[in-house]
Design a protein around this ligand. Structure first.
Ligand SMILES: Cc1cc2nc3c(=O)[nH]c(=O)nc-3n(C[C@H](O)[C@H](O)[C@H](O)COP(=O)(O)OP(=O)(O)OC[C@H]3O[C@@H](n4cnc5c(N)ncnc54)[C@H](O)[C@@H]3O)c2cc1C
Ligand SMILES: *[C@@H]1O[C@H](CO)[C@@H](O)[C@H](O)[C@H]1NC(C)=O
Ligand SMILES: *[C@@H]1O[C@H](CO)[C@@H](O)[C@H](O)[C@H]1NC(C)=O
Ligand SMILES: *[C@@H]1O[C@H](CO)[C@@H](O)[C@H](O)[C@H]1NC(C)=O
Length: 494
């Protein structure tokens, strides 16, 4: 029964590709890989605990319905190379998975094909004299932050612990970004298994075009990164925490966010603002909507930098001195619990000076939330500011990343829609379409890149980059016969 329904799902999503062929080619690749790599690195049994863990560990729970023909657990670049070559020969589909937090279908999941789970590749090191850090792709950023903390250092990466290293390939927005740029700006060298199976080192000196494309354009396009060498950054105690407000403070909070984005003079101060909405008031706090500010100062004394926020009446204030791992784990617990469901990301980009489009975006979002009760479990609207200090720091390293970030300040708005589990496909599609229409209704600022890490599959963020034609050429050079383009999910370069 289970197999039948999964095959049906396969038919539904692969329209055009024969499901029978897909099943056979996946099995062929898996048989070959079991011979080549050994049983210890390949699981073809959906009841195997390791297989179950890989299959269930997606931040968009809908990815877990897909059933890979087998899951490969490489421990080296050589293993990845062998896997890609065997997959290519078989004609099977495949997916590459790091932290499994991307919400888009088939970006890191696959049905009836080979799932390459990088989770066993979790080596890491720090060289105190060069201050360079290395990490393999299989750790979460929470694990990386914990590890580098013993050296009084950290690497740039996302603001929550569970997110995987794919975040860095998509740019990687950190609390430290206003000081140092995006996570990918700190890359110094990448070990990459090309679609051909060849293992190369990409840096400013070798494979410079590949190194460029991999800094902010998202994973999964030009090959598989098997080792990152990055500039580490010093980290000590931070003055940081959450402030929680009722929505009735909306106007005051938006004014404070606007002032911060426009005037904050100190790159050590960083904010993320999350507006969140639940369908019913079912929390202990008896809220169905709240504004959750994340305020972080990289140092013990933030002075008056956050005064515009602390002077607004709040429900909760957790500001205190924290270690960096504590900062990364600070969101009040209910948020983390609620968000592992049928989640989809979308993104918008807005200018912040003489431009009120971000306020119109909140208005459109709140209206949609009111008129679509029952269509969501959770809705969030996140301000992710991009100050000028960030774009300056980005462009000062390696000539800037694949986004070639235009001067800040501007802001990415990240939207999460969590739909109720068990919706019919028709209802699900209708809600997604309506939500997408709402996000698009406000319009994006021209000339600014959409953030790959927060984008929905149909938003085509790469096409908003000024470098798009260059990225298309890099794609054509490293994936000349369209092996990745045709056999795994990810952004279209067409
Ligand atoms: C709760 C939450 C918080 C987040 N916070 C932030 C944040 O603060 N800052 C931020 O920038 N983003 C953030 N994101 C977005 C996040 O960066 C993206 O979802 C990212 O794609 C997740 O990477 P991953 O490794 O966890 O996911 P995966 O789904 O495993 O991978 C993402 C994509 O990258 C590809 N990929 C992964 N590793 C490799 C590799 N080694 N070689 C080639 N391709 C690879 C995968 O095939 C897939 O297409 C957040 C997401 C969530 C769900
Ligand atoms: C098995 O995979 C290898 C590449 O890793 C390939 O050269 C070989 O042809 C494959 N064998 C079969 C029977 O598909
Ligand atoms: C650490 O960095 C120093 C200075 O760049 C270098 O000489 C040394 O070889 C590195 N150590 C290792 C183990 O790579
Ligand atoms: C606080 O808000 C005021 C008024 O909008 C603004 O002038 C000031 O620069 C803001 N302070 C900070 C640190 O953002």
């Amino acid at each position: 029964m289970i197999t039948t329904s999964l095959v049906l799902i396969g038919i539904q999503f692969y329209c055009g590709i024969s499901t029978a062929t897909t099943l056979t080619s996946g099995a062929t690749a898996c048989t070959n890989l079991t011979t080549l790599l050994g049983l210890g690195k390949v699981s073809s049994n959906p009841l195997d605990l390791r297989y179950i863990a890989s299959r269930e560990d997606y931040w968009n729970g809908l990815q877990s319905v897909y059933q890979p023909s087998c899951i490969v657990y490489p421990v080296s670049a050589q293993d990845v190379s062998i896997a890609l070559q065997a997959i290519r020969v078989s004609g099977s589909r495949f997916a590459v998975k790091a932290g499994g937090h991307n919400t888009n279908n088939f970006f890191s999941s696959v049905d009836n094909g080979v799932l390459i789970d990088l989770g066993s590749m979790n080596g890491k090191s720090h060289n105190s004299s060069s201050t360079l850090a290395t990490y393999e792709p299989g750790s979460t950023f929470g694990e990386l932050y914990d590890y580098y903390a013993q050296f009084g250092r950290t690497v740039l990466g996302p603001t929550l612990a569970g997110v995987g290293t794919g975040a860095a390939l998509g740019g990687g927005l950190s609390y430290l970004s206003p000081q140092y740029g995006m996570a990918c700006d700190d890359f110094r060298e990448l070990e990459v298994v090309l679609p051909s199976g060849e293992i190369v080192i990409a840096s400013p000196e070798s494979y410079a075009d590949l190194f460029f494309g991999l800094r902010g354009g998202g994973g999964n396009a030009y090959g598989v990164v098997t080792k990152y060498t990055v500039q580490s950054r010093p980290i000590g105690r931070l003055y940081a925490g959450n402030l929680v407000y009722l929505f009735e403070q909306n106007d005051a909070v938006v004014d404070a966010i606007q002032a911060f984005m426009q005037y904050n003079p100190d790159p050590k101060a960083s904010i993320v603002a999350t507006y969140l909405k639940l369908p019913t008031p079912d929390l202990d706090l008896n809220l169905d909507e709240a504004i959750l500010m994340f305020l972080v100062y990289d140092g013990p004394d933030a002075g008056d930098l956050f005064k515009n926020f602390t002077s607004i009446p709040y429900l909760l204030n957790t500001m205190s001195l924290k270690t960096y791992p504590e900062v990364i784990n600070m969101p009040i617990p209910f948020l983390a619990e609620l968000t592992r469901g049928d989640n989809i990301f979308r993104v918008g980009v807005h200018r912040v000076i003489d431009d009120d489009s971000h306020e119109r975006a909140i208005g459109a979002w709140r209206d949609w939330a009111e008129t679509n009760k029952g269509a969501y479990e959770l809705l969030t609207f996140d301000y992710e500011p991009v100050p000028k200090s960030l774009t300056d720091a980005s462009n000062a390293q390696n000539g800037g990343n694949a986004m070639q970030m235009p001067d800040g300040p501007w802001v990415w708005i990240s939207y999460i829609l969590e739909t109720p589990q068990g919706m019919s496909q028709a209802d699900y599609d209708a809600v997604q379409a309506s939500f997408a229409k709402m996000v698009d209704s406000v319009g994006n600022a021209g000339g600014l890149p959409l953030f790959v890490n927060d984008a929905g599959f149909d938003q085509n963020p790469l096409a908003t980059f000024s470098t798009y034609s260059e990225l298309q050429q890099i794609k054509a050079k490293y994936d000349p016969d369209g092996f990745f383009a045709q056999k795994t999910g990810g952004w279209s370069f067409a």
